[in-house]
Design a protein around this ligand. Structure first.
Ligand code: AMP
Ligand code: ZN
Length: 116
């Protein structure tokens, strides 16, 4: 898929509307429009990376920034101390449906384990 056709790239460039809840160097966070928990956010790199499997050691600093933003958003959305979950679906067997890397942040209720 080309970047021009990528839904999340189009959200990042504001061609498609979304409820933006956070923005920091190289990252955007939005509300999921089909929430699976009272709080369901998506944290995505502004760079078009199709899947987790496409990341390399060049993306090492990206992960630190993602986890820091997740923690900040969790605090802001009052998910602590009860807790929250980060999920990355990588590929069809994991149920990935948007081919632009994103991390789900879910919280606000007890979550089941194992998922899916
Ligand atoms: P995944 O299945 O892991 O690829 O997750 C894709 C997520 O994107 C799903 O939870 C969808 O509900 C969500 N989603 C799809 N389109 C939009 C959109 N336009 N705005 C916000 N979230 C979206
Ligand atoms: Zn993209």
């Amino acid at each position: 898929m080309s970047q021009a056709a990528c839904l999340f790239c189009r959200i990042i460039t504001r061609q498609v509307p979304a409820e933006i809840v956070g923005e920091t160097e190289g990252l955007l966070a939005i509300k999921d429009n089909n929430p699976q928990a009272p709080t369901h956010l998506l944290i995505m790199p502004t760079e078009h990376i199709p899947t987790l499997a496409d990341t390399t050691e060049q993306h090492a600093s990206l992960w630190g920034r993602i986890v820091q933003l997740a923690n900040r958003l969790a605090q802001h959305h009052r998910l602590l101390p009860e807790g929250y979950r980060l999920v990355i679906n990588c590929g069809p067997n994991a149920g990935q449906s948007v081919w632009h890397l994103h991390v789900h942040l879910l919280g606000g209720r007890p979550l089941q384990w194992p998922p899916g």
